[in-house]
Design a protein around this ligand. Structure first.
Ligand SMILES: C[S@@+](CC[C@H](N)C(=O)[O-])C[C@H]1O[C@@H](n2cnc3c(N)ncnc32)[C@H](O)[C@@H]1O
Length: 400
């Protein structure tokens, strides 16, 4: 295999990210354009769609996958994708990039993890740390299927099309080749709804500086192409900012094997607990799962099984999440607790948990969260909500 030429240039690059020098940039909010909805993309050819200027491409096509690039989109963007997906991205609305002020955090060496991000002041729960568009978007099929030699050539051109400093930031990510950097730093993005070829790997070089923690203090979400990171608890100055690369509510051994697939042995606080503490943590995870299953069954059957519901179940669930420091995943726990307290007519607690659910849903899913409106109504007017009094009714007159 040919050695990618960028490796020779890597040693002269300064890899410390200049988070303080960010200028506002347009951002994509990807939706399938309406007139494309009827199109059957099974027979797409590279010539089917034309990307508008200043987008360039298609070039370097292999089957229906080509390079498209735009130095003015975000901080510069390259795509290796079909012309249809390129058109969807290129014609999407572009919101501005935002985030914390310059100097709120900085990049530093973290023992055993390479580099990472450190808070430079207290970052409050709910503060948005970064919103970023991808620098590189690679359709999942060519990433998996192209011959390595062809793929490396295509990736090299795609990266070369990025303007400096986006190209430098891309090359400063961990990974020995461009392919390896994509493997170790990308997020899965669907750019075209549930259509064929919608799945892409998105690389956000600045977001790539977040290390993993099984109990992260930052949550990330993807809305269209916009990658948002938000603090899920107050983060004191000097603490590392971390996200979770995996599903956090898994027991220790499952997390370890998932992270080994990511190619590293996790050295986060949760993974380095002693045996007794690990056992206690796994036990809480089991309790969370059992309680969630039970609550879900009871709530979904409503009146029929409501006699089994106890008001303290909701509070207990939230308590377990908090004890486990699962602050990045609190929305479902607050939502269930709010519903249960409403079912038992406990107005104050229903309001309190519903308000927490609204805030957690916004952090975890973004403004338009699915259950957000229902929780907002519950916080405002518990007595008008469908759940109000359901628990007491199910228990018969004793519970009234
Ligand atoms: C997305 S990068 C994070 C930034 C990276 N540390 C750097 O120097 O650019 C992912 C890589 O960081 C390292 N890493 C992230 N979280 C870690 C953790 N909890 N324990 C050990 N290594 C970690 C691993 O080498 C992993 O492949």
């Amino acid at each position: 295999m040919r050695t990618p030429s960028f490796i020779t240039g890597l040693s002269v690059l300064t890899c410390a990210a200049s988070f303080s020098k960010r200028r506002p940039s347009p951002l994509l909010n990807v939706k399938t354009p309406e007139h494309l909805d009827k199109f059957d993309d099974r027979h797409e050819t590279p010539q089917t769609y034309t990307v508008p200027p200043p987008w360039k491409g298609p070039e370097h096509c292999h089957v229906e996958f080509c390079i498209f690039s735009n130095p003015e989109s975000g901080e510069g963007m390259s795509l290796v994708t079909t012309s249809r997906s390129a058109f969807v991205v290129a014609t999407a609305e572009m919101p501005l990039s935002t985030g914390l002020e310059a100097g709120a955090f900085y990049e530093a060496d973290i023992p055993g993890k390479g580099s990472g991000l450190i808070a430079n002041r207290t970052i409050r729960k709910g503060e948005i740390i970064m919103e970023r568009p991808p620098a590189l978007l690679i359709q999942a099929v060519p990433h998996a299927d192209l011959e390595p030699e062809v793929r490396n050539e295509v990736y090299q051109v795609a990266v070369d099309r990025l303007p400096e400093p986006a190209r430098a930031r891309f090359l400063c990510q961990v990974g020995s080749t461009i392919y390896d950097k994509i493997e170790r730093n990308s997020f899965r993005i669907f750019v075209d709804g549930d259509r064929k070829h919608s799945a892409h790997l998105g690389v956000f070089p600045e977001v790539s500086k977040f290390n993993h923690d099984c109990r992260p203090n930052v949550h990330y979400r993807l809305n269209g192409l916009k990658h948002t990171t938000v603090a899920v608890r107050d983060i004191p100055a000097g603490d590392e900012l971390t996200i979770s690369y995996i599903y956090g509510r898994a027991p220790h051994s499952t997390r370890q094997s998932q992270l080994r697939e990511w190619g590293f042995a996790c050295s986060c606080q949760q993974c380095t607990l002693n045996t007794t503490e690990t056992g206690a943590s796994d036990n809480r995870i089991r309790q969370i799962k059992a309680l969630e299953t039970e609550i879900e069954r009871i709530i979904s059957t409503r009146g029929a099984a409501a006699a089994e519901l106890r008001p303290e179940m909701g509070g207990k669930l939230v308590e377990l999440y908090r004890a486990e420091r699962l602050d990045a995943y609190l929305a479902p726990a607050y939502t269930r607790a709010a519903l249960i307290y409403a079912m038992f007519g406990e107005e104050e607690r229903a309001r309190e948990y519903a308000a927490e659910a609204v805030a957690a849903l916004e952090r975890e899913t973004g403004p338009g969260a699915k259950d957000g409106e229902s929780m907002r109504r519950l916080a405002r007017e518990p007595r008008g909500h469908w759940a109000w009094g359901e628990g007491r009714l199910g228990r018969g007159t004793d519970a009234m």
